[in-house]
Ligand binder design. Structure first.
Ligand code: DAT
Ligand code: MG
Length: 202
């Protein structure tokens, strides 16, 4: 029942949930019929049983402590090996106005000024990761805000001790992800491509 429909089956309509934004089937968002057909032709993969679940993008920042501590490769590897697709990547020495916009929700809090000083203190790696439930998946990989309390196995739990210098930022909702991605990336900096193991990862 929750399998990807064969090419052509989508045209019958009716039985598939529709995405209200695009008007397309949610399953088309996960992997378009033509992309899936191409994968089947080129790599002889099989249809994958999948729950209907939104494809999401999320903004991940490897903050200046991650760069200074030479943890960019180790942290990026956590997102990569989870099965997410890298859609955007750049190194940014964050200007003050971008830091203010990014952390606007924390304006007025006791740690706000210190947080801005930290984020603007050196280069940050900005990334967009894409995949099924990407927002929650990345937050779970990151662990709790306070590195001292974050669970072992998470990025912060394994690699961070501080509350402020906790290595990584991840959007906390799909709505905020869209806002944050637009802050950090121009649309032409996000790259669309099909990853060849998509049918295996799900
Ligand atoms: P998160 O980064 O887990 O989404 P947040 O949005 O609550 O956490 O806070 C943004 C950042 O601000 C966080 O990564 C580190 C810093 N921060 C939060 N609470 C803090 C505190 N009590 N003292 C110092 N820095 C703090
Ligand atoms: Mg946050």
């Amino acid at each position: 029942m929750n399998r990807i429909p064969a090419t052509g089956e989508l045209r019958r309509g009716g039985s598939l949930a529709r995405n209200p934004r695009s008007g397309k089937s949610n399953r088309v968002d996960v992997l378009t019929p033509s992309a899936h057909h191409n994968l089947e032709q080129n790599f002889r993969v099989f249809p994958l049983h999948r729950e209907i679940s939104p494809m999401q993008q999320t903004l991940i920042l490897l903050k200046p402590d991650a760069v200074q501590r030479r943890l960019v490769g180790a942290i990026t590897g956590r997102f990569e090996s989870k099965g997410l697709r890298l859609a955007g990547l750049k190194l940014v020495h964050t200007p003050r106005d971008l830091a203010e916009k990014h952390y606007a929700v924390h304006k007025g809090k006791p740690f706000y000024e210190s947080l801005l000083t930290f984020l603007t203190s050196g280069p940050t790696v900005a990334m967009v990761w894409e995949g099924r439930e990407a927002v929650a998946v990345c937050r779970n990989l990151m662990g709790m805000t306070d590195g001292g309390k974050a669970a072992p196995g998470t990025i912060r739990g394994d690699l961070a001790l501080s509350v402020q210098n906790n290595l990584v930022h991840g959007s906390d909702s799909p709505e905020n992800a869209a806002i944050e991605i637009a802050l950090w990336f121009k649309s032409e900096e996000l790259v669309k491509y099909t990853i060849t193991d998509a049918s295996w990862v799900g």
